[in-house]
Every structure is written in structure tokens, then in C-alpha cells.
Design a protein around this ligand. Structure first.
Ligand code: KG4
Ligand code: ZN
Length: 409
């Protein structure tokens, strides 16, 4: 009864926020990991102003993200980032319809920095506050500039996640598979570190995955043999830790052979980069192919009334990778799926995706994540927050082989 009353109130609040797409104006705030981002987006998808402060350089030097350092930097930078997004948008804070903020999943203290700031701001300017799921935002971003109808399949590949899911609407996600250990971004970052690419003059400023991509173009993958991952399990789940360990063993063997002590990038690192990137891509492809076959053979669309899925969206930081993009595109051509990627800049964490997720939520009438000014204090952060419902067991039960067709790697 109480829940129904809250929902009714929230619906009324949503109706009050905006009537048309063009008069809706959302400020999005992102701080779930190591990027502080803010943006102002109009309901029709026009980006009015954005600001992003990356911590990549700091964490590259430290050899990985240190959560306390990340949260300290968010706290220091967030006000400036939000102010500059507002300034660039040419809007007044008063013009905003609402403030949207990432409340999870992510690093606890990083999330807290963004959520606490958003709560204070929303209270100060008397605007409603909307809680955004970080991975939902990654999955929806592409709809800001492309007309992609629900339902679609999404592959989310980032520094913290690896998920295959169906998207039937805002807040209607079903996971077909996810990683049981590392994410592809984490694995790429580790390999880049072991190869000491942070000491490589051409790629030292890039995040690990991007550095691997650049050097892989000059390497010969066949010189570094890595195992195929989860060859016999017929699921859409992922695992990158075995691949990571195999790469580490290879690096150690190469180091022993050449007498390398880590005082510069490993000689021959290009070959490791090429091989590792290929193996990661191969693993992503087999799982995505199985997910495509699953969606073709099973009626899983509950909210979109049996509509066939024919679109694949790929997002998250690792989706910036040109090689991975090209191979997923080939998979789309092979299976008749249309493949979409956000622009590279919108694949990694940013405030735009949070603002756009806010727009999508309001326009879809989703009421359970919007808080009136009086209730803004109730908004909390959720470091562990699974995306939608888990259907991975159902995929396994279908026992789908992916041997028939294969994209050449
Ligand atoms: O989505 P994101 O910005 O943050 C998380 O939510 O995790 O993703 C960051 C990840 C990092 O692991 C980074 O190395 C990876 O994205 N990345 C790339 C590329 N650019 C960034 N991985 C592969 N190729 C790239 N070009
Ligand atoms: Zn992300």
C-alpha cells in the first residue's frame, strides 16, 4: 500500500518534470570509478555542455586504481567539473528539470563522492534527483544519437564488467551471461602493466587497453600462443583470468630469455599485445555469437511482446577498441544483426551517458528511481548492483553450439 502510494507520487513527480522531449533538461553526474564527468543533455538528445576529468595519469603511475586516491580526486574535482559543464551548456541551474547521478555499481567511495555532491546540489537548487545504474547508462547511450528500437542485445565490456544482456526497455534488462572473474578491461590493463607499456614512449599516456591496441598493430600474434578460453562450456559467461595467467607466464619466459628486468617495455611486447587482444576478441565473439543464436531461437521478449531481436549494441571502455569493433561487425554481417557502437568518446565513462539515462527514464515513465527534493536525502549508493534478471542458466540449458560459423580472427 505504502509502495503503491510512493509510486503514484513519483509518477506525478515525473509528469511535473516535463511534458515534451525538447523542454526536458537533465544534468548527469558520473563518478563510479576513476573519471569525474558531468553533462547537460536535452530530452531530444542534444548535448549542450560536457566536462570530464580523467584520473588515468595518476593511476597509470601507481600501477592501478587506488580507491582512496580515486575518491579524493573526485571530491576535489567534482564541483569544477559540474560548473564547467553547466557553463558550457549556456544554461542556468534553475533551467534544469532534474539532476541524474550514478548510484552504482562501482567503487564505494567514488560513488559516494558523486552521490553526496548531487544530493547537496539538488537540494540547493530544489530539483528532483534521479538514481542511475552505471551499466544501464552504458547500454542506453547509443540511443542518444541513433534510432535503435527496443528490444536489442547488448555487450558491455569495460574495466569493471563483462555482460551480455537483452534490453527490452528502460529498466528491463536480462543477463544472458557475465564474467566469473576479471573484466576484459582489467585483463588488458594488467597485461599492459606487466609489459611495462607505461614506460613505452609512444603509449605511456594511454589506458592499458588502448596501449595494447596501438602496439598490437605492429605485432605478430602467432608468435605468442595463448589458450582458447572455456572452449567446451556452452554458456554466455566469460572468464579472463586463465588468459591473463597464460600471458603472464609467456611474459616471464620472454623476460628470462632476453634478460629483461622491467626497466623499459618488454622487447617483443607487440607480439604479446597482438596475441592477447586476439584471444580476448575471440572469447567475446564466441559468447556474443551464442547470445545471438539464443535470441534467434528463444522467445525471451516479455516486455516487447515477442518482437525479434536484430540489433546488437556494444558499449563500455573496451568497445573503443577498433579491432574488437571490426570483428563484432563481421559477426553482425554473418548473423544478419545490425551492430551499433557509441562514438569512442561515449564508450568510456562520462556524464553524458548518465544525463541521457535520466532522459530515457523520464520519457519512459519509470518512477522507482526518481526522488523529490524532500526525499533527496534517501538516495544512497550501491557498489554491487546486478543488471536486471539473470537468465544465464537458461542459455546453458539450450546447449547451443557455435561451431557452425566462425569469424576469422
Ligand atoms: O567503461 P570504462 O571507462 O570504465 C569502467 O566502467 O570500467 O572502461 C575503462 C576500460 C579500461 O580497462 C581501459 O583500459 C579500457 O576501458 N580501454 C580500452 C581502450 N580504451 C580504453 N580497451 C581496449 N581498447 C581501447 N582502445
Ligand atoms: Zn563504465
Amino acid at each position: 500500500m505504502l509502495a503503491a502510494r510512493y509510486c503514484w507520487r513519483r509518477r506525478r513527480l515525473l509528469r511535473a518534470i516535463s511534458h515534451t522531449k525538447s523542454d526536458l533538461l537533465v544534468l548527469g553526474i558520473e563518478s563510479s570509478c576513476d573519471d569525474t564527468g558531468a553533462a547537460v543533455v536535452r530530452g531530444n538528445g542534444t548535448l549542450l555542455g560536457e566536462s570530464l576529468q580523467s584520473q588515468t595519469h595518476v593511476h597509470l603511475k601507481a600501477g592501478g586504481i587506488i580507491p582512496t586516491v580515486a575518491s579524493e580526486l573526485h571530491e576535489r574535482n567534482i564541483e569544477g567539473v559540474v560548473n564547467s559543464a553547466i557553463e558550457r551548456s549556456g544554461c542556468d541551474l534553475d533551467d534544469l528539470s532534474l539532476v541524474a547521478v550514478t548510484t552504482g555499481p562501482g567503487l564505494a567511495f567514488s560513488l559516494r563522492a558523486g552521490v553526496e555532491y548531487a544530493k547537496q546540489l539538488a537540494t540547493r537548487i530544489s530539483k528532483p534527483l534521479l538514481s542511475v545504474h552505471h551499466m544501464e547508462a552504458h547500454a542506453l547511450t547509443v540511443r542518444m544519437n541513433h534510432d535503435i528500437p527496443f528490444p536489442y542485445l547488448v555487450l558491455l565490456i569495460s574495466g569493471g564488467h563483462c555482460i551480455l544482456a537483452t534490453v527490452e526497455g528502460v529498466g528491463h534488462f536480462s543477463r544472458l551471461g557475465q564474467t566469473s572473474d576479471d573484466s576484459p578491461g582489467e585483463a588488458l590493463d594488467k597485461v599492459a602493466r606487466w609489459l611495462r607499456l607505461d614506460l613505452h614512449p609512444r603509449v605511456c599516456d594511454l589506458p592499458g587497453g588502448a596501449a595494447v591496441e596501438v602496439l598490437a598493430r605492429e605485432g605478430r600474434a602467432e608468435r605468442v600462443k595463448l589458450p582458447q578460453v572455456m572452449l567446451h562450456s556452452r554458456c554466455c559467461n566469460f572468464s579472463f583470468s586463465g588468459l591473463k595467467t597464460a600471458a603472464r607466464n609467456h611474459i616471464q619466459a620472454m623476460a628470462a630469455q632476453s634478460g629483461w628486468h622491467g626497466d623499459g617495455p618488454l622487447p617483443g611486447c607487440e607480439d604479446v599485445c597482438a596475441s592477447f587482444q586476439q584471444s580476448v576478441t575471440d572469447h567475446l565473439l564466441t559468447r556474443t555469437y551464442r547470445a545471438i543464436l539464443y535470441t534467434k531461437g528463444t522467445n525471451i521478449t516479455q516486455h516487447t511482446k515477442g518482437t525479434n531481436i536484430t540489433h546488437l549494441v556494444v558499449s563500455g571502455g573496451v568497445a573503443r577498441n577498433g579491432y574488437i569493433r571490426s570483428k563484432l561487425q563481421e559477426l553482425g554481417d554473418l548473423t544478419g544483426f545490425r551492430v551499433h557502437f557509441p562514438s569512442p568518446h561515449l564508450c568510456t565513462d562520462n556524464g553524458v551517458m548518465v544525463a541521457w539515462a535520466g532522459v530515457e527514464t523520464v520519457m519512459s515513465g519509470g518512477c522507482d528511481r526518481v526522488y523529490s527534493v524532500e526525499r533527496a536525502g534517501e538516495v544512497d549508493y550501491t557498489p554491487k548492483w546486478p543488471l536486471g534478471q539473470d537468465l544465464s542458466q537458461r542459455v546453458i540449458e539450450q546447449y547451443i553450439s557455435t561451431k557452425k560459423q566462425r569469424v576469422k580472427i
